[in-house]
Design a protein around this ligand. Structure first.
Ligand SMILES: [Zn+2]
Length: 150
């Protein structure tokens, strides 16, 4: 009788323990419609993309990933290594925002992106490492990779 109770207790505990594993807390990554990195803001999504000419492009979407005009979002872009960062002006370009300067090359660079929607009081900061090697496990480059745990 005691053994049966113990076995029952074990079976009850296993699913509970499993649910507490840390990877369950990680949000599912959204694949960028332009193969860029999708980050989530208050009530918007933003896709950050390194263009072939090394300019940075920003696309905006609503909660359901439906494209929205970028006009009401102010983006401040700083890029470089930890030791040396520089600010790149960002301007509107049809359905997206785009940087006037180009992103630096090399895997030690970061993009620090501050986004402020017109309707919000404060901005949100996103930090993306500009790793442009191929992931190998998905069709995206490392900075935009959608694999779990990367
Ligand atoms: Zn991947």
């Amino acid at each position: 009788m005691k053994i049966q109770v113990l076995i029952l207790a074990l079976f009850t505990l296993v699913p509970l323990l499993h649910a507490q594993e840390p990877h369950d807390q990680e949000k599912e990554k959204i694949p960028g419609p332009h193969k860029g990195k999708v980050v989530e803001g208050s009530d918007y999504h933003m896709e950050f993309l390194i263009m072939p000419d090394r300019k940075a492009a920003f696309y905006f979407y609503d909660d359901a990933m439906k494209p929205v005009a970028p006009g009401s979002y102010a983006v401040d872009l700083t890029t470089g290594t930890r030791a040396e960062m520089k600010n790149l002006p960002v301007v509107a370009d049809a359905n997206r925002l785009i940087s006037e300067g180009t992103l630096p090359e090399g895997s030690e660079n970061f993009a620090i992106i501050q986004v402020k929607p017109e309707s919000a009081d404060s901005s949100k900061t996103f930090r993306i490492r500009l790793n442009e090697s191929s992931c190998g496990s998905c069709d995206f480059l490392e900075y935009a990779c959608i694999c779990e745990g990367h």
